[in-house]
Design a protein around this ligand. Structure first.
Ligand code: PGA
Length: 248
């Protein structure tokens, strides 16, 4: 089954309102592809503006996080329900920076992902090992556990919708990309784990690689059999994001 590639940009906490507007307009005029689903995950405060600029294009928007409660006394939080009502189709869940700085755990990632799905959002679920874990040859064990908990209680229907982003933490923002073989090996293991649990639905799940993806390495990474595109941080803020999207 052919899986449509996804290139998702993750702006993180970057760009002024003016720069965000200018950059989005620039991307709108240069990105044009039917082969790749392009998603721009922007700060909450820019979602509406970016959505309006991209209206009528094929580029979609996404949030970078959400809360699992629908509403209530959670000062400063944004719920999946709100995102869904604002017609935001994608949401990143469990990015390693959220795990590291905001105490997210595999369990909260699971609760958020289930809640996102219940509101019709597509969660981009991030998993990845630290450098130490890789050096101690624990990568597969760590990834397998993170994945198992993240997808706990998901139905076959849910699994067909989710996107998984394999992001080795040592490759994020470091300029140190995993080799295409390293990335493929883990993405293939992720798919195998999904297959063991859910059968052939595993073939329709999009598994992305993230970690210092840029216009130079996108082509070789995204052409690996089990890598269905990328989650792109630093390079999603540059004009060359267009080249990452048109990697072929
Ligand atoms: P990077 O970030 O491309 O800057 O390494 C990737 C990410 O954090 O999703």
């Amino acid at each position: 089954m052919a899986r449509k590639k996804i290139v998702a940009g993750n702006w993180k906490m970057n760009l002024s309102p003016r720069k965000a507007e200018k950059f989005t307009k620039e991307m709108r005029s240069v990105i044009n592809t039917d082969n790749v689903e392009v998603v721009m995950c922007v700060p909450f405060v820019y979602l509406t503006m970016v959505q309006e600029i991209l209206d009528g294009t094929k580029i979609k928007i996404g949030a970078q996080n959400m809360h699992y409660a629908d509403e209530g006394a959670y000062t400063g939080e944004i719920s999946g329900k709100m995102l869904s009502r604002m017609k935001v189709p994608y949401v990143i869940v469990g990015h390693s920076e959220r795990r590291e700085y905001f105490a997210e755990t595999d369990t909260t990632v699971n609760i958020k992902a289930l809640k996102a799905l219940s509101h019709g959002l597509i969660p981009i679920i991030c998993i990845g090992e630290t450098l130490k874990q890789r050096e101690f040859e624990r990568t597969f064990e760590v990834i397998s556990k993170q994945l198992a908990i993240a997808i706990h209680d998901m139905s076959e229907e849910d699994i067909a919708k989710i996107v998984i982003a394999y992001e080795p933490i040592w490759a994020i923002g470091t300029g140190k990309t995993a080799t295409k073989e390293q990335a493929e090996e883990v993405c293939a293991a992720i798919r195998e784990q999904l297959r063991t649990q859910y059968g052939d639905i595993a073939d329709s799940v999009r598994i992305l690689y993230g970690g210092s993806v840029n216009e130079k390495n996108a082509n070789e990474l995204f052409n690996m059999p089990n890598i269905d595109g990328g989650l792109v941080g630093g390079a999603s803020l540059k004009p060359s994001f267009e080249k990452v999207v048109h990697y072929q």
